[in-house]
Ligand binder design. Structure first.
Ligand code: GCU
Length: 659
């Protein structure tokens, strides 16, 4: 059950009031839902979160208007606090709660803040134990297990319904910020914990009501705080003792180190970036929380129209400069994909079937067995399926690999294999490709190497013996198979082998990138949603991580790649290297707007780092062709669709691939 709260503007909101905290590589989020409190975490930016853990259920849990749980991380303690029934409660690592306020129901206004630093956790709240509204606080020195005596943090009465803030430095010294109520004025004040409060900014706000908000602050440098808060309809930045500067119109600002600020104006969420530019992030946002994400940048979370929404901005980062193509290939071969064998000395092709009357009479179909023999004398075979437009000219061809066998590529009953007939037709669009004057050729990745951790006992690895730490994993094996398919295409008289585009989706996109980097016979490489281990910049640590690849798919990359799990910053390369190795040939990378696991901005960033002319990130549905490089962002999920194919063939047309 979600709680409905009547917002300030009279709009009904589903209040969950997410709050974020970061420790090391992990981002934590606490939020409320109905009468329950939840916590979840992510090591993938905003792309994937752990299953939420329910901390407790409390009648009259305070939510809405910046009430709601808070979260702080100190050492190995993750502490979540919340106010229910007027009591301030804290859970440590899911255990609890313990009560923080020592006068019953004195926290009933429901507004509080918590922060950790230097081994201590500080909590401050609006307290009603005396006449009028006062700011109280308590400290925990044992990771939130127990809380110290309640302390009055400011002598005077303060604004009765604005949220307070607390920040702690590395030495464990805390500073609070709150909206004061002095005579007719409601200005923001800041005070060292239990120390003298000073007013922030030079101006004053004369107001005979509570504006129902507060401010935020951040360490700009050790000992240097920057604050942000609202006065009237405007949001300001101010350093203690200095005049305020205008940030924008709106309210509820949040700050993150390095020059980030976000605030809302009505339901619009604005983000000011370190370069000074301001961009609109959402049109349906309230009560924003922000943290500095692991590795820099900002992660925002807020109450959206019906759900918590997030936005993850990874700032541009320095990437290792790519050396010459041969050096790139040497390093990637050793540290990531593993060395694959040369073209086999014994190899052959057998045309099993040919029809001039395929796809409703529009195409020529060929089914070819490609065999190869390894030094052990064992033979492997893969089956190639091809549809070519009916013409006497040589045709440019899109070569790809299927996940489910050749029969998935089309419902065509003449395809020898029978499993999952037509089930991946929408990913290959054979009729459409042929109608535009291109051929399509497909092999099945399972013919080369089965996609599970079999100790390399099956597939092509078995023909060559168990790979060493710097020898081929499955991605390199699939890539090797793409080159064997090219061996066939090169000698098919109906194929224009100078115009073969190699395409692959997802894990096969990773393989296509590597095959295209290594094998210069491919005139175009298409990496579709290839993500981590493909086109996406690893150092962004957004979406899938090296540790996920190595843990979930240990057979994909070589033994040496395992040492980079969770240590993306130590990679001697990044994704732009493999992309750059495709140059000067054509390179097309795609992303899908909802495919955060593959990190669209990271895939785009990989292309830019590899030489594509920089521009702002594309909007869903946009394509960008820059000379020999192309990128597009499809609206939707992880997939290949006709819209993707339109882009690929438009790009090939632009480069005069059709006679
Ligand atoms: C998983 C994996 C990705 C991969 C994808 C796919 O999601 O984590 O790395 O690209 O599968 O191949 O569809």
């Amino acid at each position: 059950m979600k709680r409905l709260v009547l917002g300030l503007f009279g709009i009904l909101l589903y209040a969950k009031q997410p709050q974020l905290a970061v420790q090391g590589d992990t981002i934590w989020m606490a939020y409320g839902e109905g009468n329950k409190i939840f916590v979840k975490s992510s090591t993938h930016g905003a792309a994937r979160w752990s299953k939420p853990v329910e901390l407790g259920e409390h009648p009259k849990l305070m939510l809405g208007m910046r009430r709601g749980p808070r979260i702080a991380v100190s050492g190995d303690s993750v502490v979540v606090s919340a106010i229910a029934n007027g009591e301030l409660l804290a859970w440590r690592n899911g255990v609890g709660p313990v009560k923080v306020n020592d006068v019953p129901t004195s926290a009933r206004e429901g507004l509080h803040a918590m922060a950790a630093g230097g081994g201590k956790i500080y909590i401050t709240w609006l307290d009603l134990r005396e006449k009028g509204m006062h700011l109280y606080g308590s400290v925990s020195s044992d990771g939130g297990l127990t809380w110290g005596k309640n302390e009055l943090l400011y002598e005077g009465e303060i604004c009765e319904c604005c949220h307070p803030s607390v920040i702690v430095d590395e030495a464990g010294k805390a500073t609070v910020m709150f909206r004061n109520h002095v005579g007719v004025y409601r200005d923001m004040y800041m005070a060292p914990w239990g120390g003298k409060a000073v007013k922030l900014g030079k101006g004053s706000w004369e107001l005979n009501a509570c504006p129902m908000d507060g401010g935020d602050f951040v360490w700009e440098a050790p000992g240097k705080l920057l604050t942000s808060w609202r006065r009237d309809k405007q949001v300001f930045l101010a350093r203690p003792g200095e005049a305020e500067t205008l940030l924008g119109t709106g309210r509820q600002p949040v700050l993150v180190r390095g020059g980030w600020a976000a605030w809302t104006e009505g339901k619009m969420l604005w983000l000011k970036q370190p370069d000074g530019s301001v961009r609109k992030i959402s049109e349906m946002a309230s009560f924003v929380s922000a943290v500095e994400r692991p590795g820099g940048g900002i992660l925002l979370a807020w109450d959206g129209a019906t759900e918590i929404e997030t936005y993850d901005v990874v700032p541009p980062m320095a990437l290792p400069k790519a050396p010459s193509r041969s050096e790139i290939l040497k390093t990637l071969e050793r540290e990531m994909y593993g060395k694959a064998p040369e073209k086999p000395a014994k190899q052959g092709f057998e045309l099993r079937e040919k029809s001039e009357d395929a796809l409703g009479g529009t195409a020529v179909r060929k089914q070819v067995s490609i065999w190869y023999e390894g030094p052990t004398g064992k033979r492997g075979t893969m089956e190639l399926l091809m549809y070519l437009p009916k013409t006497s000219a040589k045709v440019p061809v899109f070569l790809g690999m299927s996940f489910a066998g050749n029969s998935c590529v089309n419902a065509d009953p003449a395809i020898f294999e029978t499993a999952k007939r037509g089930s991946c037709a929408s990913r290959f669009e054979a009729e459409y490709v042929v109608s535009r004057g291109y051929g399509t050729a497909v092999v099945f990745y399972g013919d080369l190497d089965p996609d599970f951790d079999d100790g390399y006992e099956n597939g092509v690895h078995a023909l060559y013996g168990k790979p060493k730490a710097d020898e081929w994993g499955s991605i390199a094996a699939w890539a090797w198979g793409m080159s064997r398919a090219m061996d066939y295409l090169e000698q098919d008289p109906q194929v224009d082998s100078k115009h073969v585009a190699l395409h692959g989706h997802s894990r096969i996109g990773k393989a296509a990138l590597w095959a295209g980097a290594v094998d210069e016979r491919f005139a175009m490489v298409i990496s579709n949603d290839s993500g981590e281990g493909g086109a996406a910049v690893s150092r962004r640590k957004s979406g899938e991580r090296t540790a996920d690849l190595n843990k979930n798919f240990p057979h994909w990359f070589d033994g040496n790649f395992k040492k980079y799990s969770g240590k993306e910053e130590t990679l001697p390369f990044d994704s732009h290297w493999v992309i750059q190795a495709v140059a000067p040939r054509l390179m097309y990378t795609t992303s899908a707007s909802e495919d955060l696991w593959a990190d669209p901005e990271g895939e785009f960033g990989g292309m830019v780092a590899a030489g594509m002319k920089p521009r702002e990130m594309l909007k869903p549905g946009e394509r960008y062709f820059d000379g020999r490089m192309a990128y597009h962002l499809r609206l939707g999920k992880h997939d290949i669709t006709k819209w993707d194919w339109e882009g690929f063939m438009d790009f090939a047309d632009q480069h005069h691939w059709r006679p």
